[in-house]
Ligand binder design. Structure first.
Ligand code: SIN
Length: 191
């Protein structure tokens, strides 16, 4: 599968311009909200875990030196917390460009704090996309992130912003927080 998913997203998931659709964000879509939305609410999805296993060629790294960004992996019994946004369908044109490096829009059921549920869309990168990097230890991921940078800025900024927004939402994520601890240690050693 090509790592540029714009055409695939627009052909496999057609929306009408006047549709309003829930988007579930679990990575930079939590803290970098550069798109218009009608409503936002903390939400979670069940059966998925957040992992820094996707490569970034266009935001936090380059084709030659990809950064590491998050995707979701299936994980029975797990719950991944994030933020849901109600957006007007044309906004997905802008989102598809932002998420074009391997992410496909997939239908997902999101659960809100009041127990209500909505079906919406999530950008997900699977192991068959060309930018996929896959599993590594949290220590290796931290070293990789510390050495990466792309057009959207340093890769460690992505991780540190995500960790602090998860904390602000009152969410626990042992994978993200372990990488954060390694990065802060590496930074201490370098200073
Ligand atoms: C997301 O935030 O939901 C997708 C991954 C990213 O853009 O960081």
């Amino acid at each position: 599968m090509s790592h540029d998913t714009v055409a695939q997203n627009q052909s496999r998931c057609q929306l009408n311009d006047d549709d309003q659709v829930w988007l579930f964000g679990y990575g930079s879509l939590i803290y970098l909200v550069d798109f218009p939305y009608l409503e936002s609410r903390p939400a979670s999805i069940e059966g998925w875990s957040r992992r820094f296993w996707q490569g970034s060629h266009d935001h936090r790294g380059t084709v030659e030196h990809p950064g590491r960004v998050v995707t979701l992996i299936e994980d029975e019994g797990a719950v991944c917390g994030g933020m849901a946004y109600l957006v007007e369908a044309p906004v997905f044109k802008q989102l598809d460009l932002r998420e074009k490096n391997g992410y496909l829009r997939v239908a997902s059921e999101m659960l809100f704090d009041d127990g209500s549920r909505e079906i919406g869309l999530t950008y997900l990168a699977t192991a068959d996309n060309e930018a996929w990097l896959g599993e590594a230890s949290e220590c290796e991921i931290a070293r990789h992130i510390c050495g990466s940078e792309g057009p959207s800025g340093p890769n460690d900024e992505y991780l540190l912003e995500l960790a602090s927004s998860l904390r602000e939402l009152g969410l626990q994520d042992p994978h993200v927080f372990a990488i954060e601890a390694h990065i802060l240690e590496l930074k201490k050693q370098q200073s």
